[in-house]
Ligand binder design. Sequence first.
Ligand code: SF4
Length: 483
Amino acid sequence: MAELVDTNRENRPYAITDGGGHSSKLSENFKKRCLKNAERSFAQTTQCQEINSISALLSMEDAAFVVHAPNGCVGCVSFMNDYFKVGQYHRGIKNIRNARYIVTSIDEKDVVFGGEKKLRKAVLDLNSRYNPNIIFVFTSCASGIIGDDVDAVINNLQEEIEAIVVPIHCEGFKSKVPATGFDTAFNAIVKYVLKKDEKPEKEAGLINVFATTSIGYKDQLEIERLLEVLGLHVNYIPFYSSVEKLRKILKAEYSVAICQVFADEFMEYLKNEYAIPYSKTGMPIGIRGTDEWFLSVARLVGKEEVALKYIDEQHKKVLPEINKIRKLTEGKKVFICAGTGRGIAAATLIEDFGMKLVGIQTPTYEEALIEDFDGLQEIHGGDFIIDVANMQPFEQVNLVNKLKPDFFLGMSNWVSKLGIASTHILEAKRPTFGYNGLVYLGRKIENSIENPSFNIKLSKHKKLPYKEAWYSENAFRYLKERV
Ligand code: SF4
């Protein structure tokens, strides 16, 4: 059976994962094919693909998970579990539960003698404890390095238990791009859940919407509201789905994702193998982003006129609110740090509030997204800095300290200690999407600018670990090749 991707995301056509410089220069060199991956001679820890594989699947209703890894690899699962629990509360679920997962806690002894027995026991324990319909087994660097034959363990187990057992080969060392973890998860769904020869009857008006656990309930409702205008109803995948809903993927007439990075490979696969057309745009965040996302689906279903009328009504409704917020936000300089798709969406969103992009940190800069990055230059000019980095807080704080933005949008764990006003752009608990999300997010930005006292106080009491001398260095000093 064909797999949807057999390479990591860094191996996609002309994908840069390390680099930095002014946007116009990066774009120029990229188009001349002179932009090379600028390896770092010093780097801090990065986000790994395993966490994205887990995040994609964590909210599935009838699933349970074994993470075949040392305990540290699931550090981030606690915040996803938090999203999952709040998500259940927002959806009116009475008996809120934790995500069902077991970590095999690979230790020194397992590294020497192998961890296959532990893995087998974990799957059996999980199965008898929760009786799930599907068990996902996530691998890790440690299980990959010691060469545990996870597939063989699973094949043997499959004869003993009813639940489908699915290996997800997401060893962190295999890819520098966290989004590879999404492809790995979808690859496993193709291989173990979808039945290749099955051609189920189509369900009129059904659209697959691909989303992860990080999408909040209000955002879910906003997406449904938009798609209902076009006469569509939603099969969410893998977000709060089930084995049954996964199998329903093939019944859909169309597909769309909440972001151009998530599920792009999978939607292409579904188009090629099952003739399910799809639309691919940026996230429905901000006026421009929401209009484009909505219109692209409308074009897919042949209802552009309906969409344009609706867009016009929504603009009339939200623009007066936006204009009020603009009084405070107009002209403010912004630095953004987020995943590639959400970062681009955030950088278009700030246009609505008259704000100007001075810097953006993004995990990839690649052929598939160059038009989006160039679009940002049309909005903000070509002077803003792009830091192509998976995390790397030392570069981020150096740039922020130099560029002196008035506001920081995105993952602000580090810069909040510099006293800069900030708010989220990846938030499973509060609205972000569509026209309603825009007003909510605008008010959050307004509040944070009006009252930055928490971050100011934090900066007085909590210092970042860098020496003063680092802030006057070139932020890209440790890139082996500069633009
Ligand atoms: S899988 Fe590897 S890169 Fe990912 S958290 Fe574990 S050790 Fe780190």
